[in-house]
Design a binder for this molecule. Structure first.
Ligand SMILES: [Zn+2]
Length: 244
């Protein structure tokens, strides 16, 4: 998963979503809301196509899904399902990009702990606070939270719902991504002097799956060749870590 920064929507798209949301809120108050119908009619508009394009642009040239960050993100996804949370159906902050498989696996699931969602919203927080990566299998797993002395509940639920530890194609994608990042670091380590900015740019370009957040996090520090970079070139390490 990748930590994402949500851009502002262009004014016309923002106003359109606000208008649709206000209409949904009114209909809901009157007990006359058919949210599926509302979304279906809006989804066919040029404005929603342009909203989809903004989400796809956030995920680079390959327009990857925001949950698995491996398959193509084909459709607009409601982080809070629209059937249960119609008050968020047209809110920009609730819209993500999702592949067919992640959409199918999530369905209408939205586990909560009190008022806290138990799925990771990559636009709202750093997924690597909750997730870990296993370079040997390519799987994503829940991160062990030392303070709580337990696995991250949010990480566990996210892995469970999207089956991020059981999808072979996704795991192969992450492993290939990790190999590319490792190759960039190894080639930098072979040089006498490391150009920090050039190293970071090259890593960033090779990072299809958002793994840099893990590589330069606490667990990644202990895994070669990132551990070598950390020990032998602490300034380059700090530069990349800060630039992320
Ligand atoms: Zn996906």
């Amino acid at each position: 998963m990748r930590r994402l920064k949500r851009p502002d929507l262009p004014k016309s798209e923002r106003r359109y979503l606000e208008g649709r949301q206000s209409s949904v809120d009114t209909k809901q108050a009157l007990g006359a809301l058919d949210i599926e119908k509302e979304w279906k009619s809006a989804r066919q508009t040029k404005t929603l196509k342009s909203v989809l394009a903004v989400l796809q642009k956030m995920m680079g040239k390959r327009e990857r899904c925001m949950y698995c960050v491996d398959s193509h993100g084909a459709d607009i996804e409601h982080f809070r399902p629209k059937a249960r949370y119609p008050q968020h159906a047209f809110q920009w902050a609730n819209l993500l990009l999702c592949c067919t498989e992640c959409g199918r696996l999530k369905g209408s699931q939205f586990p909560m702990l009190g008022d806290q969602p138990l799925l990771i919203d990559p636009c709202a927080e750093d997924p690597w606070l909750h997730l870990d990566f296993d370079p040997d299998t390519g799987n994503l797993t829940a991160r062990f939270d030392i303070r709580a002395n337990d696995w991250s509940t949010k990480g566990s639920k996210t892995v469970e719902v999207f089956m991020l530890d059981q999808r072979e194609a996704v795991a192969a994608g992450y492993q290939a991504g990790f190999r590319r990042l490792s190759a960039v670091v190894r080639s930098a380590l072979a040089k006498d002097v490391i150009n920090e900015q050039a190293l970071f740019d090259e890593l960033n370009q090779a990072d299809d799956h958002g793994l840099l957040g893990w590589c330069f996090g606490r667990t990644g520090q202990t895994i070669a060749p990132f551990s070598d970079l950390f020990q032998r070139h602490p300034a380059a390490w700090a530069f990349c870590s800060k630039a992320l």
